[in-house]
Design a protein around this ligand. Sequence first.
Ligand SMILES: NC(=O)c1ccc[n+]([C@@H]2O[C@H](COP(=O)([O-])OP(=O)(O)OC[C@H]3O[C@@H](n4cnc5c(N)ncnc54)[C@H](OP(=O)(O)O)[C@@H]3O)[C@@H](O)[C@H]2O)c1
Length: 312
Amino acid sequence: MTTSLDTGPTNRLAAGPLGRGIAWLIGPRGLRNPDRLRREVDGKIAVVTGASYGLGEATARMLAAAGATVVLGARSADQLDLIVAEIKEAGGSAVAIPLDLASEDSVNSFAGQVLTQFGRVDYLVHNAGKSLRRSIHLSYDRPKDLAATTAANYIGPMRLTLALLPGMRERGSGHIVNVSTVGVLFPVAPKWGFYLSSKAAFDIWMRAVGMEARPDGVTLTTLYAGAMFTRMSAPSGWISALPGHSAREAGYIIARAVVRKPRTLTPAYGRPSAVLAALLQNPLEIGAGLLYRFLGDTRASLAVVKGDGNAA
Ligand SMILES: NC(=O)c1ccc[n+]([C@@H]2O[C@H](COP(=O)([O-])OP(=O)(O)OC[C@H]3O[C@@H](n4cnc5c(N)ncnc54)[C@H](OP(=O)(O)O)[C@@H]3O)[C@@H](O)[C@H]2O)c1
């Protein structure tokens, strides 16, 4: 079991001063003032999904260090226990509750335990996610590609919201952070269909729900995250060559979301990409289709189809 917080870019360009400078410039920038975070979350209850690795782990540790009681949810129970033990050793407050977003029973049991133990949720960070970059012909005989991506990125988080939102609205307060991807603002790309469609579906659903819940005091921040150097992106060589954030740095972006509660956070290139994607849909899709025919599948994708894992 390991902590993935300090995973950085393996590519020299991304890890160097130029790459880090570009990552800082394109943002979004994290909150740097721990006092502001502490004033916001001290004594509050925060639920973080996908807290066993990467951004979720970093977020859980950061919120606990700022005084929140953090509920960590994910499937890797041993890894969660390890993180909770370290949080407690450092004087923080946290509990691990197993959560498999692919199982309706697990989501209901998770939400039930949270409400029984704490009676309320002040922050809900929808962070868990399952990435997949694979040609559709490689998924014909893999129903689990469909099940895993839709469960982790869309249906599971919807169910969890349905279970926890009523209490937030009744109390008239609460903040939800949805960790989406800047990929949903990009032109549609071959091989990313399962991942991006499930992330986009939840983004749209959550924003619609957010509009209804806002008058009752429940706010929503959608983070359209750019590249992060985590377990998820590790198999994809080209992502680690892009300027991006470590899990810890990205945790400070979640801190900004929690403290300032903006409706959206996105890298500087996110909105222009969305405009171009809409204006130039046909030529961009023709170009991407041609490129796909030329490049085909990565060795990582092909290898994963034979074995299993996080294909990127
Ligand atoms: N890495 C990037 O470049 C990047 C870019 C844009 C957006 N994002 C988004 O950022 C978020 C965090 O990703 P990351 O980079 O930190 O990836 P990561 O290190 O792979 O972490 C993903 C987390 O999701 C959990 N998870 C996956 N399937 C689950 C399920 N069925 N039920 C419960 N938990 C589940 C995993 O825990 P278990 O395996 O223990 O269940 C893990 O803790 C994701 O929503 C991802 O889509 C990442």
